[in-house]
Every structure is written in C-alpha cells, then in structure tokens.
Design a protein around this ligand. Structure first.
Ligand code: HEM
Ligand SMILES: *[C@@H]1O[C@H](CO)[C@@H](O)[C@H](O)[C@H]1NC(C)=O
Ligand SMILES: *[C@@H]1O[C@H](CO)[C@@H](O)[C@H](O)[C@H]1NC(C)=O
Length: 326
C-alpha cells in the first residue's frame, strides 16, 4: 500500500510539472478577457473616449490607427512610439516617418488617465490602449469590429534608428513593400489588406509630390486636382485624403481609387499596376467584396497586433504613456 501511495505521489508530481510547463507559455499569450477581473470597464471606457475624440475631429480615428501600426512595426506592439524624448534618450517621435506626421498622443494620454482613475490604479498598458483604440476607430467609422487580444506590456526603451529603418516609406516599390512586410511575418495579402487602412486619413504634399508631378500611371483629372492642392514647391504640409474621397469613412474607396490610377502615394499605386498580378487580384477582390475586406482587415490587424509583444513579467505597465516608470 505504502509503495502504491508513493508511486501515486510521483505521478501527481509529474503531472504538476507537466501542467506548469504547459501553463507558463499559456500565461504569456494575449487573451481577449485580460482585463475582465482587473478592470472590467476598461474596454468600454476606451471606446467612449475614442468616440468623443472622433466627434471632436473625425481624422482622429485615422491617426490612432496609424499610431498602432507605427508602434507594432518598430520592435513590436510595445507602446514604444508613445515615449517622449528625454535629455539622455531620442525616441521614435522624431524619426522620419513620424516627425510632423503621427498624431493622437493627447488622446492616448486622456484615455490613459481616465483608465488610471477608473481602474483605481495602473492596470491597462499603453500598447493595449493603441490596439483597442484602433479597433474602435475602424468600427466607429464604418468598418467591422473584431476581438482584440490583450495583455501587451510596455517597453522601457524606444529606438529612433529602428523607426527609421523598420517602417515602409511612400516611395517604396512593390518588392520593397513585400519584403518589409515579410520581415515582420506578414504576407502579400496582409500588405494589401492593411494598406486598406488608407481608406482613412490624410497625407501631406511632401509625401505625394513626385507622384503627381512625375509619374505616368496616374489619372489625369486626379493629377490636375491634386496639383492644385500640392504646388511643385512649397505647401509641403498641405493635405488631402489618402483614399481620394471619404477620409473619415471606413469603406473600399481606397481600392477603387487604385484601380482607377488614383492612388495618392507611390506606394499605394504599387499595389495595383494593371499587370494582372497577385496584388492586382487582391485589390480587385477587396474592391468587389467590402465585407471580405472588413473581415480580413480585422484578421490582419490581430496578426499585426501580435508582433513581438511583451507579456508576463517582461516590460512594464507604464503609469504615463510618455515616460518609463521610475
Ligand atoms: C504599406 C506601407 C505603408 C506606407 C508606405 C504608408 C505611408 C503613409 C504615409 C506617407 C502617410 C501620410 C503621412 C503624412 O503625410 O504625414 C500615411 C498615413 C496613414 N497611414 Fe499609412 N502607410 C503604409 C501602411 C499603413 C498601414 C498598414 C496602416 C494601418 C493599418 C496605415 C494607416 C495609415 C493611416 C490611417 C494614415 C492617415 C493618418 C492621419 O490622417 O492622421 N498605413 N501612411
Ligand atoms: C521630376 O523629375 C525631374 C527630372 O528627374 C526632377 O528634376 C524634378 O525635381 C522632379 N519633380 C518632382 C516634383 O519630384
Ligand atoms: C498649399 O500651399 C500653398 C503654399 O503654402 C498655399 O499657397 C496654398 O493655398 C495651399 N493650397 C491648399 C489647397 O491648401
């Protein structure tokens, strides 16, 4: 009997070891219910703050979505883009793709301080705020909602250099776009779907000037009208809608524009060359199937949102999204 009990004990201990080994990686995964116990109001509070911000300025939805993208592509979705420069540290905000361009930091601060107050403490990470605010922006502006995975933690560093090298530029060719997305584990389909984020928001003249003055695969009326907004010299910060028509509506106008040679950025038009390639087919498919675009956009956002996340005890939950904790 004693030896039978002993072997039972051995079995139990073994099982515990195996279970613990299985549980550790499981805890390090993102989950949809991460804040359910610690702050059940969190997601509702973020959504209403995003709705208020969009009511004040419809462009804000676009700006919040872009912040999440620029966060995720630079060493993962870790809130690094939100860190201010300090005397001893240059962060991502002044890197070329971000300087005078990314916006929405005040809205993130507002959301964070509401959460700190209503959750009675520092519970929700800045990286998760960006992921949820992006989803809510898409949903509030006419897209389809999707379940955001949560539990990201915030980085204690940011990289000016990585922000300059890990983000695509509007002057990239299709092969450069494909390869930078591949370097982040994203496929051509994700590239086309996520570029559909340009159904929202505006771009500055400096980013599309060469396209409207020097390129030939462009609709002539579109070219003339954009040249009025964006002079050959000066007016670098003049803006116009990335999708040509409805910058505050999540729809398929972006894809329709590409098919009509009305892509605003060189990089946009690279996705539809009229050569019948795989990228052309994806653009046509999403233009013809808005519901598929909305669904696949959510799937690719979840994929992007999982890139190199910090979980468990890695990183921290920042008290103030602009600075690391002491
Ligand atoms: C595929 C490569 C991409 C390139 C080269 C690119 C480039 C750009 C550029 C140059 C601008 C205008 C910035 C300015 O003029 O100040 C812009 C705006 C924007 N981008 Fe992208 N982008 C890309 C992918 C994405 C992705 C994947 C998303 C989101 C899923 C996204 C979302 C946005 C949004 C929403 C805006 C407008 C922001 C606002 O109005 O505040 N972009 N992008
Ligand atoms: C267009 O191309 C010409 C010749 O390469 C160049 O001199 C000019 O600066 C370009 N214009 C713009 C707006 O990029
Ligand atoms: C764009 O910029 C130029 C030069 O700063 C300015 O004169 C012009 O009115 C602007 N155009 C538009 C449409 O905003």
């Amino acid at each position: 009997m004693a030896s039978r009990n002993k072997s039972l004990l051995v079995v139990i201990v073994h099982l515990l070891v195996v279970f613990t080994a299985i549980m550790i990686p499981a805890c390090a995964q993102l989950t949809t219910d991460f804040y359910e116990k610690s702050c059940p109001q969190a997601l509702g509070l973020i959504r209403s703050a995003v709705a208020r911000a969009i009511n004040r300025e419809s462009r804000m939805g676009a700006s919040l979505l872009r912040l999440h993208f620029h966060d995720c592509f630079v060493n993962g979705c870790d809130g690094s883009i939100l860190l201010d420069d300090t005397d001893t540290f240059t962060g991502e905000k002044t890197a070329i793709p971000n300087l005078n361009s990314v916006r929405g930091f005040d809205v993130v601060d507002e959301i964070k301080s509401t959460l700190n107050e209503k959750c009675k403490g520092n519970v929700v990470s800045c990286a998760d705020i960006l992921a949820v605010a992006s989803r809510d922006s898409v949903d509030l502006l006419g897209g389809t909602s999707y379940e955001v995975l949560l539990g990201r933690r915030d980085a204690r560093t940011a990289s000016f250099n990585d922000a300059n090298t890990n983000l695509p530029t509007p002057f990239f060719s299709s092969s450069q776009l494909v390869s930078i997305f591949e370097s982040h584990g994203l496929k051509l389909k994700d590239l086309v779907v996520l570029s559909g984020g340009h159904t929202l928001g505006l771009a500055r003249c400096v980013n599309f000037r060469t396209r409207i003055y020097n390129e030939t695969n462009i609709d002539s009326n579109f070219k003339a009208s954009r040249q009025k907004i964006c002079p050959a010299t000066g007016g670098d910060d003049n803006t116009t809608a990335l999708d040509g028509t409805t910058p505050a509506k999540f729809d398929t106008a972006y894809f329709k524009g590409l098919i009509g040679s009305k892509g605003l950025l060189h990089s946009d038009q690279e996705l539809f060359k009229g050569d019948g390639g795989e990228s052309d087919s994806l653009v046509q498919y999403y233009n013809n199937n808005p519901k598929k675009f909305y669904k696949d956009f959510g799937d690719s956002m979840i994929k992007m949102g999982n890139m190199n996340v910090l979980t468990g005890n890695d990183g921290e939950i920042r008290m103030n999204c602009r600075k690391v904790n002491n």
